[in-house]
Design a protein around this ligand. Sequence first.
Ligand SMILES: Nc1ncnc2c1ncn2[C@@H]1O[C@H](COP(=O)(O)OP(=O)(O)O)[C@@H](O)[C@H]1O
Ligand SMILES: [Mg+2]
Length: 279
Amino acid sequence: MPIPAQTAAAPPPVLEVTNIEVVFKKTVQVLRGLSLTVPRGCIVALLGSNGAGKSTTLKAVSNLLGLENGAISAGTIRFDGRPVAGLPPHELVRAGLFHVMEGRRIFEDLSVEENLVAATYARTGRAGSAAGRFDLVYEYFPNLHERRSVRAGYLSGGEQQMLAIGRALVAEPSLILLDEPSLGLSPRLVEEIFAIIARINAEQGTSMLLVEQNAALAFAVASYGYIMETGRIVIDGPVERLARDRDVREFYLGLGGAGGEHRSYRDVKHYKRRKRWLS
Ligand SMILES: Nc1ncnc2c1ncn2[C@@H]1O[C@H](COP(=O)(O)OP(=O)(O)O)[C@@H](O)[C@H]1O
Ligand SMILES: [Mg+2]
């Protein structure tokens, strides 16, 4: 889906991050002037190798940096047109922003269904009136329905990831921040989960900022992508264009990297120039 042009009458993008800098413990700078936009209803992928700053970006958006002695030292973040600075994470959840953290943060001692109930508290401050949302979660994840009385700690990794996404769904978010949902899962499960992510986006209109290390996976569901290295965006564009980009293919899709002896000098220079953002 193309990014709609901004006009005076258009609603603001669901998320607009402008030139943020993030510093941990007042000394370690991790994000360096990072900007990105999630248009309403779109899935936007944020890619990059380990340690690039992807999770930090998501934590900046959901105001979780304080927990790790981190802070946004410059720049602005707007969710639904509204600055998020100073809004506590639970208020952001109520406003419709849900962060599915890396590593499937669920309550392992609670059952599947109790985990969903807890998510309704997060959204409304009270239990109940969410039966319809539970049905929706179980429709997307029939496995979870079968296992609804099972302690979440006993679920497989794939089921736990489904539950983590299901908890987000209960909260009826307009934007989900998804941190590496494929991590540690079998290819078959990853495929299943990504198909559901695409369905949720298409059927519920939920916008998503999807962090992934696997670019091919992200390109399959996202419309626009950003690639970051050492705290800044180095390349961005519609996924069709990124998927054709020589460097992206080589470094992130693992394609076209062989046959170095056929490279022209220009290619080598090109390689070296782009190599900067990989170190
Ligand atoms: N709480 C923290 N304190 C200090 N440095 C941190 C903290 N969290 C992350 N970092 C550093 O920030 C960089 C980016 O981390 P992260 O955002 O987790 O990367 P990614 O999610 O892209 O793998 C890494 O160098 C990491 O060591
Ligand atoms: Mg991470």
